[in-house]
Design a protein around this ligand. Structure first.
Ligand code: TYD
Length: 133
């Protein structure tokens, strides 16, 4: 089974504009413990390039666009995030590269876990080896 999933959030807009709600254990499949956002990303930058042993994530590109290359050990996919009402859920131990950020991209990241630099797998070969066991 894939360890990632595209999410589509209802737009609760009216004639004043749009509103999207993300809520832990409702349309986000975990209790939200942490959020961070990435913006002002320079051209040709690739972020991420790691897997996490404990953290699950939901990525939502709030403005502009970016691409996410996902590798869950079995499946590989490139997803374009360019709508503030769409996101992608990444389970633990999913390798992700974030790249092709537009100048105005704001990438919101929600997680079930607080930051812990020890939980990062930063070596792709090691990740692949471990996933193929
Ligand atoms: P980095 O791991 O490079 O982010 P990305 O996964 O997007 O490439 O993180 C950049 C810096 O921010 C690094 O010094 C660690 C710090 N950081 C935190 O303190 N808490 C966090 O939740 C995250 C994601 C990063």
């Amino acid at each position: 089974m894939k360890k990632y999933k595209l999410l589509s959030f209802p737009q609760l807009g009216d004639d004043r504009g749009h509103l999207v709600v993300v809520e832990g254990m409702k349309n986000i499949p975990f209790e939200i413990k942490r959020m961070f956002y990435i913006y002002g990303t320079k051209e040709n930058v690739i972020r991420g390039q790691h897997a996490n042993r404990k953290s699950e994530f939901v990525l939502i590109n709030l403005a502009g666009s970016c691409k996410i290359k996902i590798d869950d050990g079995v499946n590989e996919e490139i997803i374009t995030l360019n709508k503030p009402h769409e996101g992608v859920y990444l389970d633990k131990m999913v390798w992700k590269d974030m790249y092709d950020f537009s100048e105005d991209s704001i990438l919101l990241v929600l997680s079930n876990h607080s930051y812990d630099s020890e939980e990062y797998v930063r070596n792709y070969t090691k990740f692949k080896k471990e996933m193929n066991k």
